[in-house]
Design a protein around this ligand. Structure first.
Ligand code: ADP
Ligand code: ADP
Ligand code: ZN
Length: 214
């Protein structure tokens, strides 16, 4: 199964992709995670991407397409993949179509998480993750069971993303509306768009997605 999880920053793409990855044996391909790894490693791509990401803007299409295409190649032979955070522009969507055509593959579904902008600010500014294992949390909506300890690994150090600030969120939402939201009608025309209510609780969103895919 080949899926795209689509939605504005903070919509819950990463949260739902991890759950689908575990339940459906798919590989999560997150361009945001890949870019953060490039930044952390100090690679040439990371150096180019760092300031753009911290300003809440989109990294140029050709860099993203180069980065993801080898990862899509690597995922061949797996049960499928979930793209999280890609495509984010019309040229990226066209490049994805061309990549999949070349392999004789087809996207099964594009799952859009529908959410309100105002809620996104709170989602993003409350987000944190475990420094040891990367598990994702939210200070209000998805806290650790024991304060200060990661549920998954017991770690006690946590990270916040450099771009998860009030100022950057505004720029990211603007980039979403200007450059990414036009993809909704692109996917609608292809007939594989599935919209779910991303404002519901995390478990309810998972249930909506699972029901729609079954
Ligand atoms: P994205 O990958 O779309 O940017 P995340 O999955 O990282 O979004 O979610 C953003 C934050 O909101 C995280 O802290 C996450 O725990 C929390 N979150 C995700 N889905 C929901 C939801 N349905 N309701 C409330 N909080 C959520
Ligand atoms: P979000 O939680 O905002 O959905 P991501 O982790 O997907 O964030 O992406 C973080 C940042 O990485 C984006 O704001 C952007 O700068 C860059 N980025 C990630 N994916 C893409 C993409 N497909 N095209 C361009 N830039 C991207
Ligand atoms: Zn952990």
């Amino acid at each position: 199964m080949y899926l795209v999880l689509f939605g504005p920053p903070g919509a819950g793409k990463g949260t739902q992709a991890k759950r689908l990855e575990a339940a459906c044996h798919l590989v999560q391909l997150s361009t945001g995670d890949m870019l953060r790894a490039e930044v952390a490693s100090g690679s040439a791509l990371g150096i180019k991407a760092k300031d753009i990401m911290e300003a809440g803007k989109l990294v140029p299409d050709e860099l993203i397409v180069d980065m993801i295409s080898s990862r899509i190649d690597d995922a061949e032979g797996e049960a499928g993949f979930i793209l999280d955070g890609f495509p984010r522009t019309i040229p990226q969507a066209r490049a994805l179509d061309a990549m999949l055509d070349g392999k004789g593959l087809k996207l099964d579904r594009v799952i859009e998480l529908r959410v309100d902008d105002e809620a996104m600010v709170e989602r993003i500014t409350g987000r944190f993750s475990c420094a040891s294992c990367g598990a994702n949390y939210h200070q209000k909506f998805n806290p650790t069971k024991v304060a200060g300890l990661c549920d998954a690994c017991g770690g006690d150090r946590f990270d916040r993303r450099a771009d998860d600030t009030m100022e950057t969120v505004r720029a990211r939402l603007k980039a979403y509306h200007d450059q990414t939201a036009p993809l909704i009608s692109y996917f609608e025309k292809k007939g594989n768009l599935l919209s779910v209510d991303g404002m519901a609780a995390i478990d309810d969103v998972t249930r909506q997605i699972r029901e729609a895919l079954d």
